[in-house]
Design a protein around this ligand. Sequence first.
Ligand SMILES: Nc1ncnc2c1ncn2[C@@H]1O[C@H](COP(=O)(O)OP(=O)(O)O)[C@@H](O)[C@H]1O
Ligand SMILES: [Mg+2]
Length: 375
Amino acid sequence: MKKRFLMSDQTLFRDIDVFEIDYVPELFKYRESQLDDLAYQIRPALRGGRALSAICRGLPGTGKTTSVLRVFAELEQTTTKIMPVYVDCQNDRTRHAVFSRIYSALIGHAPARTGVSLRSVIDAIGGALQQEDRSLIVCLDDANLLHYNDVLGDVINSLIRLHQDYPGARVSVFAIVSDMGLDLASELSPWVTSPFRPSDIYFPPYDAEEIQGILQDRIRIGLYPGVFPKAVLNCVVNQTMESGDVRVGLDLVKRAALNAEHDARTEVIEEDVTTAYAEAKHIHLACMIRNLSADERLLLRNIAEMSRNQREPLISGAVYAKMSIESKASYSAVFKRLRKFDNLRLIDLSRVQSRGRTSEIMLRYESERVMQMCE
Ligand SMILES: Nc1ncnc2c1ncn2[C@@H]1O[C@H](COP(=O)(O)OP(=O)(O)O)[C@@H](O)[C@H]1O
Ligand SMILES: [Mg+2]
């Protein structure tokens, strides 16, 4: 068969937007049980009561944000009894920012930029809820970021106890947590947890078959038929499984197709994926680093700095020695963070049998990049 070439004004993309981070997919499989659980939490609010609260837990790229956004979109279309408010804690990291976000959603405009106390913002929210007789569900996405800033307990507490000052105000909280090392239920004070009483909704990582299904569906609507051969898709699935984050796969598909387009080919080849992977994996890295606490970033930065000039794995004791000079972290705190990095596949952590508690640490990314991103 004669090889066909693209004309300069032709494209392989039917709809490039479906590969963007904030795209909410039409087809959303493999999360039925989590969606059912969320619906169950909401049911009391549909009958005029207060919704139940929940903690959605799972590694990055397991569909937590998408699940909540889909449920919220459905509520907006089908009922006026519930006011769902989505707060992205990547953007809103202080109490004031979170409550301003809720205020804006309820009142229709942001509170004045200066001179408005947190108390008066919360009062306005309570008053509005009483007046409108709607129940409020607040989703705190990446709530672990608020916890690192020591404000999560306070935020949840103010929301859940709002009815004490504003009888009739009904509020519940869905907290999304992507830090699997963080056990919120035991970290928050009983003062917060006793009225909060969240259900636990777990989002397991997708397996290779599910990743493939998700990417296949997206390719079908985003690219023209025949552009992405099955064998090349398998190669993307394998790369994606290395980080376990679907986002890496979606980004790889897009970049690989752009590469093919750039070379005026009508079909993506494996080499396009390899080239794309070198870039795509850094997106994943940046995203994970943004989600770390300041202490974790310091640790990761030190690991990167120490690995820069050596080819053998680092020894955990050496990392701890450096950390203990710069911060007051205990050995077990450092070790807990190392295990978290291992879970996130930022590092490879392996026990060295002969030396008891000692472990070897291999950074999975280029040390220079990691250092830059940790700044
Ligand atoms: N089951 C699924 N079907 C289709 N797309 C999905 C599915 N799960 C996740 N995605 C896509 O993967 C990306 C990451 O999902 P997201 O909900 O942001 O994960 P999380 O919030 O757990 O990090 C999004 O672009 C989303 O559209
Ligand atoms: Mg998310």
